[in-house]
Design a protein around this ligand. Structure first.
Ligand code: SAM
Length: 283
């Protein structure tokens, strides 16, 4: 089986969720008010902008996917949140799928849903973790996954002095993060290899790390957020708002990989990803 993979790494900001539903109320309360502040309304728009430079390339690729006239063309939107895209919308079981369907049917009107203007398009949801196989083997023509694969399957380590790895982090913390991140990335690709049909395309957009040529330091898109949160959290330990163990136990289970890490599963000798016929497309 052979499938193709196109990646886009960018520096962007992620979404924050959560206003918990009151247990007694029968009415539906989305995780974020009316969808505002959740992924579809804010980061979703930004993310669309970040992939703009390769938009037409992705559409051309989609047209090149082998497809028998009259059969069903299947598209997956992995790590969808409450997205605006198509057709099998996948996310973790605890995701706010109710908001997703409210968007798709137009109950939450903005941004406009593709379902309201297109015939013969059908939307489904899948609540399976994307580090597992989410749909039957050989069933997908096109899978996209925007701004989601930086979330790891588990916390790789407990950072002693920050909430995410940073320049001065201990070597063993950096090694643990890299190991977990690469294992997860390979797992994600292997699962998608099973799901994609012959000639199918996987398109992944991910926040990334890059080498700052001036300082020769590895930098990443979330630096400001991580630094600010670490500083605030530290100040809370000093003021006594939180205990030292609470500081230590606050960690982001994510990894902002650099381009080499993204490419690794397609380039290392004996790679399972290559063995399954996936290859990286040139930019
Ligand atoms: C920043 S949002 C991206 C939403 C949307 N794709 C976009 O670009 O606006 C990241 C999403 O990834 C999902 N996610 C994180 N880990 C996941 C996993 N293991 N399986 C499936 N979805 C996951 C989160 O639940 C969240 O909805």
């Amino acid at each position: 089986m052979s499938a193709r993979f196109l990646s886009s790494t960018v520096n962007v900001s992620t979404s924050a969720k959560c206003s918990p539903t009151k247990a007694k109320e029968a009415v539906f309360v989305p995780f974020a008010e009316g969808g505002f502040g959740s992924s579809g309304a804010t980061p979703g728009k930004h993310h669309a902008g970040y992939i703009e430079p390769i938009h037409s390339k992705v559409f051309k690729l989609a047209l090149s996917i082998p497809f028998r006239k009259g059969s069903v063309f299947t598209i997956g939107d992995y790590g969808a949140a409450d997205a605006q895209f198509q057709v099998i919308h996948e996310d973790q079981g605890e995701n706010d799928f109710n908001s997703l369907f409210r968007r798709l049917t137009g109950i939450i009107p903005e941004p406009p849903s593709y379902l309201l203007t297109m015939d013969n398009v059908y939307a489904f949801a899948c609540g399976t973790d994307f580090y597992k196989q989410c749909v039957p083997s050989n069933s997908m023509h096109f899978i996209m996954c925007m701004m989601s694969v930086h979330w790891l399957s588990q916390l790789p380590t407990v950072y002693r002095d920050s909430i995410y790895v940073y320049y001065e982090s201990l070597k063993e913390e950096k090694v643990a993060l890299r190991r977990q991140a690469q294992a997860d990335w390979e797992k994600f690709l292997l699962m998608r290899s099973r799901e994609l049909r012959e000639g199918g395309v996987l398109f992944v957009g991910s926040p990334a790390a890059y080498m700052d040529q001036k300082t020769c330091r590895l930098r990443h898109y979330g630096e400001k957020l991580v630094t600010l949160m670490t500083d605030v959290w530290k100040s809370f330990t000093i003021s006594g708002k939180i205990a030292r163990h609470e500081f230590i136990n606050t960690n982001f289970p994510c990894c902002l990989r650099n381009t080499d890490q993204i490419r690794e599963p397609f380039e290392i000798e004996g790679s399972q990803v290559l063995a399954l016929g996936q290859h990286l497309l040139p930019k």
